[in-house]
Design a binder for this molecule. Sequence first.
Ligand code: PGA
Length: 254
Amino acid sequence: MRKIIIAGNWKMNKTFSETDDFLFEITDYLRGKDLGNVEVVICPPFLYIEMGSDFANESNIYIGAQNVSNHESGAFTGEVSAPMLRSMDIDYCIIGHSERRKYYQESDELVNQKLKILLDYDIIPIVCVGETLEQREKGITEEIVINQLNRAFKDIEINDNVVIAYEPVWAIGTGKTATPQQAQEIQCLIRDWLIENYSKEVADQTPILYGGSMKPENIKELLLQPDIDGGLVGGASLDIEKFTKMIEIATELG
Ligand code: PGA
């Protein structure tokens, strides 16, 4: 059975003590709980990776980074490398997020390099793709998503070591969620792309997450779609009540 992943993308939020409180509360909430095939991932800012890793060692949460350098080491001021993340036992890393594409000029080629280096260090990439409102209105959503996938995965072999997140840019942080049907349509397209470019086995094993204003009120209908295997949650992942509610709903659906 495919994994269901509920991943919190904290973005640039929370202080040291807020992080400590949240991680304490979530590990406390999850203690002794049977999550079935649900995996809980938290992606805090880099500064708190070590704290997260300590909590993860003592609990059933996983920690992810929000970004990684495309270089292995060297004179790249301000960057954090895949070997560094590996040395902190980090399991996941988000790449290609639309905010990085928009504000930090992250191109598909850069995403491709980051994907390669993460796989080299056994870190599971959460590769984000998705169209802008303008692209959706022009009717080119499918073309945009397929192009992003083709470029990000160019010359890369995968098996069960990748997660893809469909994040329509117009739904991120806007309170505007894609309807379950809109999300399903594109996530099914992504699954078909995996079958065509890799194999049925790879497609069956790869979790495809939805991201964009996912919250306790809409998670159930989204997860009921056959090709939605979890969520990459921004805003709602900052609030312990909302995030644990979402985990609870995901676990019930299994
Ligand atoms: P949001 O963010 O849930 O706040 O819309 C999702 C994301 O950017 O990953």
